[in-house]
Design a protein. Structure first.
Length: 466
């Protein structure tokens, strides 16, 4: 497989495929509004959408540093699925039933995104094929079975456990010994969704200013180089770029994730792979992969490369290290050997937000009017929608327009978490954790033991994930 002609960076393949937008006008100067949303990704745009639909007379302003979808919303793997970061911890803190309510809300969220996309005529290449997660070692199979049982216990409906033969009937992953499939998932084109959503929000009367970086958020104030926006509610929807804001360096860690996309693959290759259901595909490795079969018959596949930049740094254009491209190519070929001769057309990276306890949260501080949502740990394509509807309900409750709702009482609302350690401990910890996960994955590949490698268990404890 050649990577000589690979486009490296340029934000993402999704933008190369659909075109980079011309940014909207920046903030022209000081202004006032009812709600100021900082960040023009999925969280910010969904929040603007639902607030404006619920209260049409609200003046809502979205401020975006580059252009809508420049961050994770335009670089992700296109997994619209029902996973949510922190559910197990919320079960421990608030009880099993509360976590079940959260999970059921996520199940419904997949259908909600599909519904709104259809209603707003957003063609985002959505295909509801569900999510297939495979195991290809004895240890992974044991984890898969445990995972499957836990998901059912948290209210999953329609989930199916498959053996090696049944898995191959869906997708022929070399060496796969089992899989778990849920119907609560869909493949989509991330940029088509975010562009369509931005257009829909603007059509409702929301003001979007792009090329307008917010440098600091204070109660009722969002400061930019072009002026200050004053509003009763200031909502931080910046996910992996949160560390760029003054005072937020250790709030959420910007975790790096990388992807590759092949050239369109011929029918002869697809005949060997299957994948006719176009499920999103993942595995049970500790340093896991995620993939989709795109609408134009490429494989877009992602995983961890360099997981974290010192000082919570973020990239500008998504450029990816050659070693990471090669590592992702090796995963691709190991899963699907008939892709060995295919060209890698594009490689890119982006950051996602990781709280110290790995729990996604939605918060509105009623004393200051400051709100935020994020920390999705890689499952934000759907979670952003649930977060936005929750922020809508919290603001309506705070302003006296409604009382508590099913969403405002979910266990992730107003969850508090401590900050990340200062450098260099943050860098050492994250790089040590992923080095341990990769070592554990290599050891499990050659082991007949049906137990998780102890190195991975130690890494989980280091990360605070369990």
């Amino acid at each position: 497989m050649s990577t000589v002609s690979t486009v490296n960076g340029g934000i993402s393949f999704w933008y190369a495929d659909h075109g980079t937008p011309v940014p909207r006008e920046p903030l022209p100067g000081d202004t006032t509004t009812d709600v100021c949303i900082v960040g023009g990704g999925y969280t910010g745009l969904w929040t603007a959408y639902y607030l404006k639909k619920a209260v049409p007379f609200l003046n809502i302003t979205v401020l975006e540093a580059k252009f809508c979808g420049y961050g994770a919303s335009g670089r992700n793997g296109g997994w619209l699925y029902n996973g949510i970061a922190g559910r197990d911890r919320y079960a421990k803190l608030h009880g099993h039933d509360a976590a079940v309510r959260l999970q059921k809300a996520m199940n419904d969220t997949v259908d909600e995104v599909v519904r709104v996309a259809a209603e707003e005529n957003i063609d985002a290449d959505i295909h509801q094929g569900g999510v297939l997660e495979v195991a290809y070692t004895p240890a992974q199979l044991a984890r898969l079975k445990d995972f499957h049982s836990v998901e059912i216990a948290f209210g999953e409906t329609g989930r199916v456990l498959r053996g090696a033969r049944e898995t191959a009937e869906r997708i022929r992953v070399t060496g796969a010994v089992g899989s778990s499939w849920t119907p609560h998932g869909a493949r989509l084109h991330p940029v088509k969704l975010v562009k369509g959503l931005a257009d829909a929000v603007e059509a409702l009367g929301v003001t979007i200013h792009e090329s307008t970086p917010v440098t600091e958020i204070k109660p009722k104030h969002a400061h930019t180089p072009y002026g200050t926006v004053r509003a009763p509610y200031i909502l931080r929807c910046t996910e992996g770029f949160t560390a760029n804001l003054k005072g937020q360096k250790r709030t959420w860690l910007p975790m790096n994730s990388s992807m590759i996309a092949t050239e369109p693959l011929p029918k002869s290759v697809w005949d060997t792979i299957g994948w006719d259901g176009r499920e999103t595909l993942g595995d049970m490795a500790h340093a896991y992969m995620y993939a989709q079969r795109t609408a134009d018959d490429r494989i877009a596949l992602g995983g961890r490369g360099v997981p974290y930049r010192f000082g919570s740094g973020t990239d500008n254009d998504g450029r990816t290290q050659p070693a990471t491209i090669e590592a992702l190519r090796e995963i691709l070929v190991r899963f699907f050997p008939t892709t060995a001769g295919a060209r890698i057309d594009h490689a890119w990276s982006g950051v996602l937000g990781v709280p110290r306890d790995w729990c996604a949260t939605v918060t509105l501080d009623r004393s200051t009017g400051l709100g935020w949502a994020g920390g999705y740990v890689g499952s934000g394509v759907a979670t952003t929608n649930l977060a936005a509807r929750t922020l809508r309900d919290l603001i309506q409750q705070d302003s006296g327009q409604s009382g508590p709702t099913d969403l405002t009482t979910l266990p992730w609302v107003n969850h508090k978490v401590r900050r990340w350690e200062p450098e260099p401990f943050r860098w050492i910890g994250v790089h040590g954790m992923y080095a341990a996960y990769r070592t554990a994955d290599r050891r499990e590949l050659t082991s007949a033991e049906a137990t998780t490698d102890p190195i991975a268990k130690a890494a989980d404890r280091l990360a605070g994930r369990h």
